[in-house]
Design a protein around this ligand. Structure first.
Ligand code: SF4
Length: 221
């Protein structure tokens, strides 16, 4: 009880809360509430959420969770920015799980995921060289992955694809959890990526960002 009271006094900085369709991962297509936390220590060159780097509003956890619940959806995705850059994100994730939500976390792969509540499905990026942030990959995270987590690699060009393919073999990524390969929207031809994956019989899941087909780059979608 005391732990619960401490959680509700905690705050997180939030850029936006909105209901949409999950556009990526194995949860693609599910109506989902997104909680976008503010701030990120990385600067991927193709980042599509730069508006989440700064600003936002400090929110008490109980007030924030009440807003999430008001959307009336079971699935919640905590994203960013880089959500784990805020220490209180761990408490938010646990509190959402306590409330019975099915929770996923989208994280850059640059920060330690080991403290995340075990009920959360973690979607962990591996940054390819074309992102400009490949040096930030925290390879120790691989040891913490479970079968209900997912690894996501966003690819800007064929050199990124070759890098991803080598990583999959070297680190036996597909034996750890599902591996998702995505093209950078508007930069790498999705058909080309799909054909490379089939050609190489790569044990991954191809994905594109469904929300960008539905709503282009509209914020809050
Ligand atoms: S980690 Fe995510 S939010 Fe941060 S710069 Fe890269 S793409 Fe943008």
């Amino acid at each position: 009880m005391q732990e619960l009271q401490e959680r509700t006094k905690t705050s997180v900085r939030v850029t936006e809360v909105f209901a949409s369709i999950q556009g990526e991962t194995s949860r693609t297509g599910l109506p989902t509430v997104f909680v976008r936390l503010t701030g990120c220590p990385l600067r991927c060159v193709w980042c599509d959420t730069e508006y989440a780097f700064h600003g936002g509003r400090s929110r008490d956890l109980d007030e924030l969770i009440a807003e999430v619940a008001a959307h009336g959806l079971r699935h919640v995705c905590v994203t960013g920015g880089e959500p784990l850059a805020q220490k209180s994100c761990l408490q938010l994730l646990a509190a959402l799980c306590d409330r019975g939500f099915s929770v996923s976390l989208e994280t850059s792969g640059a920060l330690d995921i080991s403290g995340v509540d075990a009920r959360v499905s973690r979607i962990v990026d591996l940054k390819a060289p074309g992102s400009g942030e490949a040096d930030r990959n925290l390879w120790a995270n691989l040891a913490h992955l479970r079968s209900d987590d997912e690894l996501k690699i966003v690819l800007a060009d064929e050199a990124d694809y070759a890098w991803a393919r080598a990583c999959i073999v070297e680190h036996r990524l597909a034996e750890r959890c599902p591996v998702l390969l995505s093209p950078v929207h508007g930069r790498l031809d999705p058909t080309a990526l799909a054909e490379w994956i089939v050609r190489d019989r790569l044990p991954v899941r191809f994905q594109t960002q469904i929300h960008k087909i539905l709503w282009l780059d509209a914020r809050g979608r």
